[in-house]
Design a protein around this ligand. Structure first.
Ligand SMILES: [Cu+2]
Length: 157
């Protein structure tokens, strides 16, 4: 409507505006395709993991994960144990695209290698696994890896 009104008064301006708008829209669509793949809009597959348990066993529950490259996941982490734990999976994180991490109402964007969860802490990690392979997971609190607080994450092609 705005453009039509303008065109009555200034036909040359309307054409210029149209070209300008087309260019801007094209640019925005182009940037979107490159930076925000369509995958970012699809619903994430939710996966739960507990760091330890109420009996204070030094384990991840579960300790085996299988993801498919290119799908979007939301890993819901919690710590039902009486002590602090880490979800440390550096190589897996490097092989994935992290969309965001949310913990204690704070949203973090960028490279994530490790998540710290205090007792009764919770966090959400939204990511898209990219590079197929098998990656290790451990808790980096001294003694916990040795006690068996380890896991394996597989990215399937
Ligand atoms: Cu631990």
């Amino acid at each position: 409507m705005m453009l039509k009104k303008l065109s009555l008064n200034h036909p040359w301006q309307n054409q210029w505006l149209r070209r300008c708008l087309t260019a801007i829209i094209g640019l925005i669509l182009g940037i979107n395709l490159v930076c925000f793949p369509a995958i970012a809009a699809t619903p994430a597959i939710e996966v739960n993991v507990s760091l330890g348990n109420s009996a204070d066993e030094l384990k991840f529950f579960p300790n085996q994960f299988e993801f498919v490259a290119g799908k979007r996941y939301k890993l819901l982490l919690d710590n039902p144990s009486p002590q602090k734990h880490y979800f440390t999976a550096k190589d897996f994180a490097d092989a994935s695209w992290t969309q965001k991490v949310e913990a204690a109402k704070v949203e973090v964007k960028g490279a994530i290698h490790e998540l710290e969860l205090k007792p009764s802490g919770e966090a959400e990690w939204v990511f898209v696994p990219m590079k197929p392979g098998t990656y290790e997971l451990h808790c980096s609190i001294p003694g916990h890896t040795e006690a068996g607080m380890v896991g394996e994450i597989t990215i399937k092609p």
